[in-house]
Design a protein around this ligand. Structure first.
Ligand code: DGP
Length: 113
């Protein structure tokens, strides 16, 4: 069993505001929100990051996007939201369990920093 904060959130051993969970993915509010809506969608299975995924993970990755789209609707940010995956230390990835950020509820500048 991997000792990882997001694994512990998935197993409900660490506190988090979980807003969606099924047998494959869990979504919860980010502890340090960068926008009025900032949700993380993670696979329940420990995967270090997008760089460590395999072709067989395509359905799981698709599922994460589908859940993000549905949450964007549920959280009423369909007028503008952004989905982000940081990969590797130069990107700012700080938690090494794959996660998709859903950010919305404010104007989002481009390019990101
Ligand atoms: P990244 O920089 O892409 O690795 O994003 C990690 C995000 O995870 C960051 O926005 C803060 C969030 N985060 C870190 N630890 C926790 C935690 O224990 N609970 C929750 N809800 N979010 C966390």
């Amino acid at each position: 069993m991997v000792d990882c904060i997001f694994c512990r959130i998935v197993r409900r051993e660490a506190p988090a505001r979980i807003i969606y969970q099924d047998e494959e993915v869990t979504a919860f509010h980010d502890a340090h929100p960068q926008a009025p809506v900032h949700v993380l969608i993670v696979p329940n299975r420990h995967i270090v990051g997008i760089a460590q995924t395999r072709p067989e993970d395509a359905p799981l990755l698709g599922k994460m996007l589908v859940v993000a789209r549905q949450l964007a609707e549920d959280l009423k940010v369909t007028d503008g939201y952004r989905l982000v995956v940081n990969s590797g230390p130069l990107s700012g990835q700080s938690v090494f369990h794959l996660h998709l950020h859903l950010l919305g509820g404010r104007p989002l500048r481009w390019p990101p920093g």
